[in-house]
Ligand binder design. Structure first.
Ligand code: ZN
Length: 162
């Protein structure tokens, strides 16, 4: 018998009786479900993880953290900050200003790696795309919004040339 094949991840079907009467006897909270494994789906999880989710959800995840999240793509970027002395992300590196009196001296800029990732609250219909530096600058919009923005970006970048 060949036992060398790794055990495949089994997606358990749970939560189908959500809202129905609890099957456990009242007044005696069960402790750990003995058949629960680290791959079992937590009982709070309404949706199977989307293909892009990299989170290992746990039964005791805080309600606010019950979200499917993708791996993050990192994109090097330059940011225009909101004027001299503007707030800058701790993950960004402020760039030296232009010489006094020059047009560049009017602006404050930084280099930062922007994170691009997807997230969706479990059970919710909307998937969001985060693009940001993790602190100061970000856009967090629905996938439909980004689909509308991308052609507009193409147009302005075409105008900008270069
Ligand atoms: Zn997930």
């Amino acid at each position: 018998m060949d036992d060398s094949a790794p055990m495949s991840v089994v997606a358990l079907t749970v939560g189908g009786t959500r809202g129905a009467a609890a099957q456990e006897p009242l007044g005696r909270p069960t402790e750990e479900d003995p058949v629960t494994t680290e791959h079992a789906r937590p009982t709070w999880q309404a949706d199977a993880c989307p293909d892009w989710c990299v989170v290992l959800h746990a039964q005791d995840d805080d309600e606010r953290d019950r979200t499917h999240v993708s791996a993050s793509l990192s994109v090097p970027a330059r940011q225009l900050l909101g004027g001299p002395g503007a707030e800058v992300s701790p993950f960004a590196e402020r760039e030296p200003g232009g010489p006094p009196g020059s047009p560049e001296a009017m602006d404050s800029t930084a280099a930062a790696d922007l994170a691009v990732c997807l997230h969706r609250r479990d059970g919710a219909p909307s998937t969001w795309v985060y693009v940001g530096d993790g602190a100061v600058q970000h856009l967090e919009l629905s996938t439909d919004s980004w689909r509308r923005i991308l052609p507009a970006l193409d147009r302005v970048l075409e105008l900008a040339g270069g």
